[in-house]
Ligand binder design. Structure first.
Ligand code: NAP
Ligand code: F7E
Length: 320
């Protein structure tokens, strides 16, 4: 019989790649979507007929229980969250409700309706924040720098706690930034590649950004959803860092993206204080050796390939 997977956040970047991946493996895929006045399935439009959708919200326990009871999943991937760091300063309580307490609600639902299932929590390198060591591994202490990161730290700890309290198979993937042509346009990578395409096509003159000095360990989302699946095939629930092991600044990203279309970023980029954060995460770089050794996972897309893939996709989308 086909395995059954429940994905929360299926309409997001990672949800779309994970759904594709699991469908290819022969899974029955159940997708949790929240009610909205207009349909929001762009990223999964090509596979939507293969997915069984269930309406539920991380804020509503009864809806989660119903989704869990209906789908009776073998694997649960909790990808839903308020995931944009700046919004977590303007909506800190909502972020805590979605991104933090939402995890407990799903775990409670699992405990009551699918205790034998395997659970994946989408934890984040943002938990390391003001980093205590370089590179960061599974044992590096957390020092979160935003309400988003604080909520994710809660989500990580409650996942570990339910594993230890109730013996649930609950794994936490500590994923470093991962991007793709399906990344939301508010995140810096997509904002840049969309901006480069617009400038190249004569549709924009400038690109306004915040700090250019922050450094991130950027990987490809398609590679990272494979790691999520591998964590749930392992014989024990555990925590894993998923990263490339390389870090680049926003400035490096700009150089590669603008060079790819024959332009110099210095002629177009302006800095705007509106995009500066109250507290910044200066540098992240992950140590992926545990995932490599235990899961046999490794990234396949380099930084340059990622940037150029995203620029080419945005050029094509805009008709270039
Ligand atoms: P994303 O594109 O922002 O997608 C977030 C998803 O969560 C969307 O499907 C959204 O639904 C859903 N959602 C938000 N609030 C919800 C609620 N109250 N109830 C139900 N669904 C809700 O995020 P992503 O980049 O795919 O990331 C997936 C997960 O990994 C997130 O938890 C994120 O925090 C975490 N993460 C991401 C990265 C990264 O670099 N991408 C790194 C580490 C961890 P709508 O479409 O209706 O808004
Ligand atoms: O910012 C700087 C900004 O918003 C990256 C989420 O998926 O990854 C993501 O969080 C860096 C920061 O991602 C702009 O200050 C400069 O230093 O693309 P971002 P993020 O905050 O790292 C983690 C792992 C997650 O878990 C999150 O869910 O870029 N930056 N200028 C800018 N950032 C944005 N968004 N916009 C700018 O104009």
């Amino acid at each position: 019989m086909a395995k059954r997977a429940l994905i929360t956040g299926i309409t997001g970047q990672d949800g779309s790649y994970l759904a594709e991946y699991l469908l290819d493996l022969g899974y029955d895929v159940f997708g949790m979507v929240r009610r909205s006045s207009t349909e929001n399935l762009e990223r999964i439009d090509h596979i939507k007929n293969d997915i069984e959708f269930m309406q539920a919200d991380l804020l509503d326990q009864a809806s989660l229980d119903k989704a869990m009871d209906t789908s009776r999943p073998d694997e649960i991937y909790n990808l839903a969250a308020q995931s944009f760091v700046p919004t977590s300063w303007s909506q800190p309580v909502l972020t805590a409700e979605f991104t933090g307490l939402g995890v407990t609600r799903i775990l409670e639902s699992m405990r009551n309706f699918a205790p034998e299932a395997k659970f994946y929590q989408a934890s984040s390198s943002e938990m390391y924040g003001k980093v205590r060591e370089v590179p960061q591994n599974e044992l590096t202490p957390f020092h979160p720098r935003s309400p988003y990161a604080v909520a994710k730290a809660y989500g990580h700890h409650i996942t570990v706690n339910y594993r230890e309290s109730y013996g649930l198979f609950a794994a936490s993937g500590i994923l470093f930034n991962h991007e793709s042509p399906r990344r939301g346009r508010e995140f810096v990578t997509r904002k840049i590649t969309d901006g480069v395409a617009r400038i190249k096509l004569g549709m924009a003159e400038k690109l306004a950004l915040g700090t250019l000095d922050a450094q991130r360990d950027w990987g490809y989302a398609g590679d990272y959803v494979r790691a999520m699946h591998l964590m749930l095939q392992h014989d024990q629930p555990d925590d894993f860092v998923v990263a490339t092991g390389q870090t680049h600044s926003v400035r490096n990203f700009l150089e590669v993206a603008f060079n790819h279309v024959g332009l110099n970023y210095e002629d177009y980029v302006v800095q705007d204080p509106r995009y500066m954060r109250p507290a910044e995460v200066d540098q992240l770089i992950g140590d992926n050796s545990k995932a490599r050794q235990i899961l046999g996972w490794e990234p396949t897309v380099s930084f340059e390939q990622l940037v150029t893939m995203m620029v080419d996709s945005d050029l094509q989308l805009l008709g270039g």
